[in-house]
Design a protein around this ligand. Sequence first.
Ligand code: 5AD
Ligand code: SF4
Length: 435
Amino acid sequence: MKLYIETLGCAMNMRDSEHMIAELRSKEGYELTHEAQEADLILINTCSVREKPERKLFSEIGQFAKIKKPGAKIGVCGCTASHMGEEIIKKAPSVNFVLGARNVSKISEVIHKNKAVEVELDYDDSTYVFDASRNTGVKALLNISIGCDKKCAYCIVPHTRGKEISIPSDMIVSEARKLAQNGVKELMLLGQNVNNYGVRFSTKHKRINFADLLREISDIEGIQRIRFTSPHPLHMDDEFLEEFATNTKVCKSIHMPLQSGSSNILKKMRRGYNKEWYLNRVQKLQSLLPNVTIGTDIIVGFPGESEEDFDHTMDVLQKVQFDTLYSFVYSPRPHTESHLWGDEGRVPSEIASARLSRLQAMHREILTLKAKKEIGNTHQVLVENIKETGDVFSEGRSDNGKLIKIPDEVFKIGDIVSVKVIHNEGGSLIGRPVI
Ligand code: 5AD
Ligand code: SF4
């Protein structure tokens, strides 16, 4: 039996896809294929955070229905499945089942039920032991919590993934140990608000916060690097920042989703912090770790955003000098607070797009300057990719998240190599090993 799976959206969705693949492989005997035409089961793991990919879902289902083998099944999973539920089957009768983002552990049940819709938001997946047969290299994704308790006015995720529950730390640690025994060196811990870890468990559990969890995981032999996504700026207290800075296994690269630099807009967004708090946390972080890299997400054109509000966002961009930026035009989503405001405060799309272009142009300038400053710096690179014929090279990421290519050298995947940056080719860093 062959499985074709398409994964959209964030790292949580990637991990959910891995879960489903592992379950279907061990319990149902499926093997992955990259050709939808030859699959017996086609899964689309959807994202609903913005409207555009969601709109494309139905044309995609139509395409799959046309090319699939007779008798092959189509399943829609993930966030769009959660919030549209049965409507998906009504609109697209070729879909055999709908499985919500919080219900992925039911995959081997739903494939046997025709027209099943499993989108229960109260479903507790947090103590579910997934099958261990995952295909991992030196890096692995590991969930530490499910769901989200925040009420950001623009965001559909609390509606699609339900309330926040932390996974018991002994389950996380034992999974991390297994991964380390299988050769994993770098873990990416996943959750909607990872640094809110420990706020609610579904079973009796000792009090433990995210800094404690980082300490427990870093004690595991074989795990050499720990990353996590996404932390919330509101929960970046001193204990967290100090653990982040001093734990030698924790990579010095962090995602700090800003969303807006204007305190007015942050308040309307219900982010729980203002511009000053955000800048203060960045300052504290940069004073502890001058070489830390910081990434962010920014939404422009949120209802009510004035030119002055947008200037505050540009100001934060200048002050922080982000290393990575994911930026989006606001997209109204059902089941969110800002959707209920209708046209009130709506920013015309030409203005929002122009702001997005200005933001991205300024970020490109920042990156060009930063890349120049990188020349001469030495980094520890975890080799993730090698090319052994033709123009041979090795490639990997530094501890602080920079992708560095090492031409003419073939290391082993998983090696950690000391590399000096010698060149910047249009923003990509080229390095030479330091002996
Ligand atoms: N419109 C635009 N961008 C959004 N995001 C979340 N919801 C919306 C929305 N309604 C962005 C945020 C978030 C990232 C994953 O997607 O920046 O951090
Ligand atoms: Fe991930 Fe959010 Fe998209 Fe769901 S809606 S897949 S949680 S980004």
